[in-house]
Ligand binder design. Structure first.
Ligand SMILES: [Zn+2]
Length: 408
C-alpha cells in the first residue's frame, strides 16, 4: 500500500478545454491500443489515444495533488490496460473507466506541476482514418500551476450538489415503513480493493442487491446509491440518501488492508476524532477514491453550516452508536465471523451526514483469502444479509420507541 499525500481542500489549477462536437455518432468509441502511446521528450509528455470514432471530450487539471483529468463521451477502454500508460514522463498512476452514465474519465496523477500545452482531437482531413486524441503536458513551477484561476469557471461537469439542508427529515417512529439507503462502495473508474481477479466494487454491488431483497421481504423500503458499475462521488451518495429521505444509511465495503490487520466483518461509525491507524488507512483509501476519480474536493461547508451540522450530529450520534452496536450484535449472534474489534470509529467522509444515522460495514477484507472465500459463498452472503436485516429491524424498533418517548 502506498502512503498518501494529505488531502487539501484547496481547488485546482485548471485549464482549458478542447471540445469536438460530432453529430451523428453511433455506437461506443473504442480505445485502440495500437494507435495509442505516451511520448516523453526532454520538455514535454505527449499522450496519444487512438479512438475508433470521434468523441466529445474535455481536459483539465486538479490540484492537491496535481492531476490531469480527461472526460469523454463514453469510451470502451477494455482493449488496453491503464497501467501500461502510467508512470511515464509527467504521468504517475493512471486509471480510466466509466464515470457516470454515458461518460468516461481518465485520471493521471502528475509527478510534477504541469500545464496543458495542447489538447485536440486530430483527424486527417479526407483520410477516412479514425481520430486521435492528442494531449501535451509540460512542467511548470509550482507557483505557476496555480496561476490559472479556475474556480469561477470550473471545467468540471456536473459537480455533486451540496447536501440539501432545507427540509429536515422526520425521525421514524414505527408508524410508517423504515427507509434504508444501501451504499455499495466504489464503482466504475474506482474498482476499490482488488484481489485474485475480484473487485470490491462488483462484489459489494451484488451483495447490496441481495441485501435489498432480504430487507424488502422484511417490509423495509430500500434504495441503492448505485445499481450498476458506475462511479458515484462520496458526497453524491449522501445527497442521494437525503433525496430518498432515508432513515438509515449503510455503506457496504470489502476493502484490503496490509497483511495480518484485517479479517472478519467490522462495523464503522463516524467519529471525526477517530485515530485508530487501520481506520485511518481506510478513511484515506475511501476519501482517496474520489481523488483518484478526479473529483474536486473543495469543501462546501462554511462556518455556519459547520455549527448546524454539529448540532444535528449531537442528536444523531447516540443513535449511530447504538446502530453500530446492534448491527455488530446481530452479525455475531448469527455466528458470523467478526473482526476482533467488531465496532470501530472512523472519520469516513461518506458517514458525515449529520441527520441520517449512518454506518459502514466492512463485510470482510478482500485481502484475506478466508474472507474472500466467504464473500464468494452465496450461503454466507445470505446469512450476512439476514443478520444485517435483523439488526436493522431491532435497531429501528428501539429507535422508534425512543422517538415516541421524546415526543411526549
Ligand atoms: Zn471500500
Amino acid at each position: 500500500m502506498r502512503l498518501f499525500l494529505p488531502i487539501l481542500t484547496a481547488l485546482l489549477a485548471l485549464t482549458l478545454s478542447a471540445r469536438a462536437e460530432t453529430p451523428g455518432l453511433s455506437g461506443l468509441a473504442r480505445l485502440e491500443p495500437d494507435r495509442s502511446a505516451i511520448n516523453v521528450s526532454a520538455t514535454e509528455t505527449g499522450i496519444t489515444l487512438g479512438l475508433s470514432q470521434p468523441v466529445p471530450f474535455r481536459a483539465f487539471l486538479l490540484d492537491a495533488p496535481p492531476r490531469l483529468v480527461v472526460d469523454f463521451r463514453e469510451v470502451d477502454f477494455t482493449a488496453a490496460q491503464a497501467d501500461d500508460f502510467a508512470h511515464q514522463g509527467l504521468l504517475g498512476a493512471l486509471r480510466w473507466g466509466k464515470f457516470r452514465p454515458g461518460w468516461s474519465r481518465m485520471v493521471a496523477e502528475l509527478t510534477a506541476p504541469a500545464r496543458i500545452v495542447s489538447a485536440e482531437e486530430r483527424t486527417e482531413a479526407g483520410s477516412g482514418r479514425p481520430p486521435e486524441l492528442h494531449l501535451v503536458l509540460a512542467p511548470v513551477d509550482a507557483a505557476d500551476f496555480r496561476t490559472h484561476d479556475g474556480a469561477a469557471q470550473s471545467a468540471l461537469w456536473d459537480l455533486p450538489q451540496p447536501v440539501p439542508t432545507g427540509q429536515p427529515l422526520i425521525r421514524q417512529d414505527g408508524t410508517r415503513p423504515l427507509r434504508v439507503m444501501l451504499d455499495p462502495g466504489h464503482g466504475g473508474i474506482d474498482p476499490g480493493a482488488e484481489a485474485d481477479g475480484y473487485s470490491e466494487a462488483v462484489l459489494v454491488l451484488s451483495f447490496a442487491r441481495e441485501l435489498k431483497e432480504a430487507m424488502t421481504r422484511a417490509g423495509i423500503e430500500v434504495g441503492l446509491t448505485r445499481d450498476e458499475d458506475v462511479f458515484v462521488p462520496l458526497e453524491e451518495r449522501i445527497t442521494r440518501a437525503h433525496a430518498f429521505r432515508a432513515d438509515l444509511f449503510l455503506a457496504l465495503h470489502a476493502d484490503a488492508l496490509p497483511e495480518g490487520q484485517a479479517m472478519g466483518a467490522t462495523l464503522y461509525r463516524f467519529d471525526d476524532k477517530a485515530s485508530d491507524s487501520a481506520a485511518r488507512v481506510l478513511a484515506e483509501r475511501h476519501d482517496r477514491s474520489d481523488l483518484l476519480a478526479g473529483v474536486d474536493l473543495m469543501g462546501h461547508d462554511d462556518a455556519v453550516a459547520g455549527v448546524l451540522m454539529d448540532l444535528a450530529r449531537t442528536e444523531t450520534q447516540p443513535r449511530v452508536v447504538r446502530l453500530a452496536q446492534v448491527l455488530a450484535g446481530a452479525i455475531k449472534g448469527a455466528g458470523l465471523r467478526m473482526h476482533r474489534h467488531p465496532v470501530q470509529a472512523a472519520n469516513f467522509a461518506v458517514l458525515r451526514s449529520p441527520d441520517i444515522p449512518s454506518a459502514l460495514v466492512e463485510l470482510g477484507f478482500l485481502s484475506s483469502p478466508v474472507d474472500r472465500a466467504r464473500l464468494l459463498d452465496a450461503d454466507w452472503r445470505a446469512q450476512m444479509a439476514a443478520a444485517i436485516t435483523e439488526g436493522v429491524l431491532r435497531w429501528a424498533k428501539a429507535d422508534a420507541a425512543e422517538a415516541r418517548l421524546l415526543r411526549q
